[in-house]
Ligand binder design. Structure first.
Ligand code: 6PG
Length: 243
């Protein structure tokens, strides 16, 4: 993989600390250079510890972030309302955003309460194009997770959305979950300046091996399609996931 690196840390807490260091370093650089920092947040459980650490008043990080200059987006969302237990925005709000002073205009959540997931995807696409004033927005930082089936964001094995080349957002039906998701597509993910995967736990080791070292088969291992066009790719992995 071009312009990519893999870092192995001891465990979940070290993963959160290393991710927080990367997050704050990139935020400081973006705010210094462009007056703002745009980040697409991953959902699921792995990044929650990172979000809690960034907002922890006892941490070295909370005071280093210019929270009023950070713009938060989501790489994907479940097709449930924002107050639903499965909602990624809710998870991030509880873990971090409710604890720090971020202007509401800086929080760009996916409108997953819309009855039509395709409308939610289109709405978010319009939001992104307007905010970035670009048909192909480039996030300063894109945080991603890895599923045990090598999915990332909400792009799962076998999905036609995997070969999407135009749209920025998609609203796939995920058979194994019996629900729609709203997700960023690979063209948008790969336009990022920096993509960072956070991978933790023995359950992810097989998927990680396939994605990083296995033969290229993006339909089977969607995370292999993450290859930033101009940006960097960093795998932050804890030891149990790297075994
Ligand atoms: C989601 C995520 C998804 C997640 C992986 C890993 O909405 O669930 O975007 O892609 O990153 O499924 O999830 P865990 O961190 O919970 O293992």
């Amino acid at each position: 993989m071009q312009n990519s690196q893999l870092e192995i840390v001891a465990g979940p807490q070290e993963l959160a600390v290393r991710a927080a260091q990367l997050f704050v370093d990139e935020a400081e650089r973006a705010v210094r250079d462009r007056g703002r920092f745009t980040v697409a947040l991953s959902g699921g459980s792995t990044p929650k510890r990172l979000y809690e650490l960034l907002a922890d008043p006892a941490s070295e990080f909370v005071g280093r972030l210019a929270w009023d200059k950070v713009h938060f987006f989501w790489s994907d969302e479940r097709h449930v309302p924002p107050d639903h237990a499965d909602n990624n925005f809710r998870m991030v709000h509880e873990a971090m955003l409710a604890k720090v002073l971020v202007p509401s205009d800086n929080i760009h959540r996916i409108k997953s309460e819309l009855a039509d997931p395709a409308a939610a995807a289109r709405d978010y696409e319009e939001t992104l194009i307007a905010f970035f004033d670009s048909q192909l927005p480039s996030f300063d930082l894109m945080l991603l997770g890895l599923g045990e089936d090598a999915h990332t964001a909400s792009i799962f094995p076998g999905m036609p959305e995997l070969i999407e080349t135009e749209r920025l957002m998609a609203s796939p039906w995920v058979e194994k979950m019996g629900t729609h998701r709203i997700t960023m597509t690979m063209p948008l993910i790969n336009a990022s300046a920096s993509v960072v995967f956070l991978v933790s736990g023995a359950g992810k080791s097989a998927a990680l091996k396939h994605v990083v070292d296995g033969p290229i088969d993006t339909l089977k291992y969607p995370a292999q399609a993450v290859a930033p066009t101009h940006g960097s790719l960093t795998w932050l992995v804890d030891r149990s996931a790297s075994m």
